[in-house]
Design a protein around this ligand. Structure first.
Ligand code: UDP
Length: 340
């Protein structure tokens, strides 16, 4: 059996493909390469470049490969961008997911693993937040994902497609074997930005708001290491294949770090005291989001292996250095071939 991984050339989807191959599974990747990279998809995984909302293409893929499960990672994921351009998010994350679901139903795909987000909780009243908390997203990104959760639940009810919805908290770090990391140059995520500042690739870091009702005024998030996160997907797949009932799980460690705390960790791990400036709040940011992570442990048997923020920051630093060295080597190659 083969797993179709949408967004499998991206950061999290790419780690999922590595984990599937490491586990001896077959994977087909559908990715439009808008933020992903061809090089992230290693053989024997097959890369098909295209749009996951293109029903004719998806139907061909489902017909031509023995696919029993879809892991749907492809999405737009930047909260402030979703505030500025909501319809793009509703098209990409909601409308196209509807098409994908219709294809899945038509082709009687058995299992569907969906990358959802803690943003569906909005500003939770209590942290850590459990899966049964009120769903009240405060930005279009969260709403675009919540609507897909609902479509998936309704389709499951009507057509018997089993699912696991995984609500990610803040994903960070890189493959501990150094094969992959966060490569998107325009990435906006805190640890990536901090690491780039530490390495001198940007002049410093802006803290988006230090007047939140938190212990030091900056936003608190739960940072989960990417390999730990994708391990949860493999366990979810195994669970569904063994007949487990459809399920929603938070994915996080249950520990929150403030923006200042993350910056301190990156400064300590890198040994660089980079510039930090406090600027205004960013649109769409909730003050605190920390995962209640009991369900994923008790139902899926998931146990984190890399729950260590300095180690996560170290992986991100190593990956950023690797990207920098690679692009330097490539520009030397281009210069040499132009000189010839
Ligand atoms: N953040 C920040 N400066 C940056 C990037 C992020 O202060 O350059 C803050 C952001 O406002 C949020 C937290 O770091 O409070 C985590 O943001 P990120 O974009 O990493 O993930 P999100 O929580 O939006 O998914």
């Amino acid at each position: 059996m083969t797993v179709l991984v949408t967004g499998g050339a991206g950061y999290i989807g790419g780690h999922m493909v590595l984990a599937l191959l490491d586990a001896g599974e077959k994977a087909v990747v559908l990715d439009d390469l808008s933020t992903g990279f061809r090089s992230a998809v290693r053989p024997p995984a097959k890369l098909i470049v295209g749009d996951f909302g293109d029903m004719a293409l998806v139907e061909t893929i489902l017909r031509e490969h023995e696919i029993d499960a879809i892991a749907h990672f492809a999405a737009k994921i930047v909260v402030p961008e979703s505030v500025a351009d909501p319809l793009r998010y509703y098209l990409n994350n909601t409308a196209k997911s509807r098409n994908l679901l219709e294809c899945a139903v038509r082709h009687k795909i058995k299992h569907f693993i969906f990358s959802s987000t803690a943003a569906v909780y909005g500003e939770p009243e209590v942290n850590p937040v459990s899966e049964t908390a009120a769903l009240a997203p405060i930005n279009p990104y969260g709403r675009s994902k919540l609507m897909t959760e609902w479509m998936l639940q309704d389709a499951s009810h009507a057509h018997g497609l089993d699912y696991v919805i995984l609500r990610y908290f803040n994903v960070a770090g890189a493959d501990p074997k150094g094969r992959l990391g966060q490569s998107t140059p325009q990435a906006t995520h805190l640890i990536k930005i901090a690491v780039q500042a530490a390495l001198g690739f940007r002049p410093g870091l802006d803290v988006f708001g230090a007047d939140y009702p938190t212990r030091d005024g900056t936003c608190i998030r739960d940072y989960i290491q990417v390999t730990d996160l994708v391990a949860a997907h493999l366990m979810a797949l195994d669970y569904l294949r063994k007949g487990g009932e459809s399920l929603i799980c938070n994915c996080g460690y249950g520990t929150g770090f403030s923006v200042f705390e993350v910056i301190d960790v990156v400064k300590q791990v890198s040994g660089v005291d980079f510039n930090v400036r406090i600027s205004g709040r960013r649109a769409g940011d909730p003050a605190s989001l920390v995962a209640g992570a009991e369900r994923i442990k008790s139902v899926l048997g998931w146990a984190p292996k890399y729950d260590d923020l300095p180690a996560i920051a170290g992986q991100a630093l190593d990956w950023e250095r690797h990207l920098h060295n690679k692009s330097k080597a490539e520009s030397v190659l281009v210069r040499n071939s132009a000189a010839r």
